[in-house]
Design a protein around this ligand. Structure first.
Ligand SMILES: [Zn+2]
Ligand SMILES: [Zn+2]
Length: 300
């Protein structure tokens, strides 16, 4: 399996001289099985370039899985040229919503108020699928879906093909106690409640470790450093140190930290990496660690 990064910026496309090296496009990954079958993860602005790269291989038949429908993960969809070409076909999977279908959400951003072409005018054959946590067979890709910790329903994907395992966490942060926070329980009843909450939080974080277990490659949302994290707690993104710790516990072979904050410059990422690598070395850990770089391909 090959994984190519078409977009690894979080929240908003961030072009300019300070983001040339790691890239400014928002989330999009291309997976290729050894037989050439294509599965696309997320339709951030990076999918536009991917669309152009696919034009020499028409007709395109592909699966697209969407982790969640925050704008930075779907904004490139209307600019994905293969959607406009008859003969192409796409099965598009996204998180189930309670009050409307996943297809409706994707249609909304192509409402005439926001975009000049309606979804009905797209010439490719499109099939939408609402998916939940669980096991899914998508072509030759075996996809295990797990809900992650983000302010909207967000799917993490554990994908197995050709005997390799790849995990994309989607946007996520560590589970924490949202009821008590830093407040100490005041009486026995509260102490009991806090104990139950702590156990639940711990079990949820352990579930993430198991989801990553023994993966060949994990691409993990680590938008912040641990130092930057406290005022951003609850925004749905992890500190880099947490991505590293979780992946180590899960015996991951290679970790790529992604969803770079729009304010993060190439120089800052370059400065952060050696410290993390030195920490891993001092622990005797063999896990590879990199920051996601737009345009890079990783062979598993
Ligand atoms: Zn995001
Ligand atoms: Zn998000």
């Amino acid at each position: 399996m090959k994984v190519k990064i078409w977009g690894c910026r979080g929240s908003l496309p961030t072009p300019g001289p300070k983001t040339v090296k790691y890239g400014g496009n928002t989330t999009c990954y291309e997976l290729r099985s050894d037989s050439g079958e294509l599965l696309i993860i997320d339709a951030g602005s990076g999918i536009r370039e991917l669309g152009l790269a696919l034009l020499p291989e028409l007709p395109v038949r592909s699966h697209i899985v969407i982790s969640h429908t925050h704008w930075d993960h779907i904004m490139g969809y209307p600019f994905f040229t293969p959607l406009y070409i008859p003969g192409n076909s796409f099965d598009i999977y996204g998180p189930i919503h309670f009050n409307f279908s996943f297809e409706d959400v994707m249609k909304k951003q192509m409402d005439y108020t926001f975009f000049p072409v309606r979804m009905e005018e797209l010439a490719a054959e499109l099939k939408f699928h609402d998916i939940k946590e669980g096991e899914h067979q998508i072509g030759s890709f075996h996809v295990q879906v797990q809900y992650m910790n983000h302010p909207v329903l967000c799917l993490g994907f554990r994908i197995q093909v050709d005997g390799k395992t790849f995990v994309f966490t989607g946007d996520t942060e560590p589970y924490f106690d949202t009821v008590y926070g830093d407040r100490e329980p005041q009486n026995e009843e509260e102490r009991e409640e806090k104990e139950e909450l702590d156990a639940f939080v711990q079990s949820q974080n352990q579930r993430v470790i198991e989801f990553l277990r023994d993966a060949d490659l994990v691409i993990y949302d680590g938008a912040y450093t641990l130092e930057e994290y406290p005022p951003k707690k609850g925004w749905g993104h992890s500190p880099m140190e947490h991505c590293i710790e979780t992946s180590l516990e899960a015996n991951v072979k290679k970790l790529i930290i992604t969803h770079h904050d729009p304010t993060r410059t190439d120089d800052q990422l370059d400065e952060l990496l050696p410290g993390f690598l030195a920490d891993l070395k001092s622990q005797g850990a063999s896990m590879d660690l990199e920051f996601a770089v737009e345009g890079q391909t990783h062979q598993l």
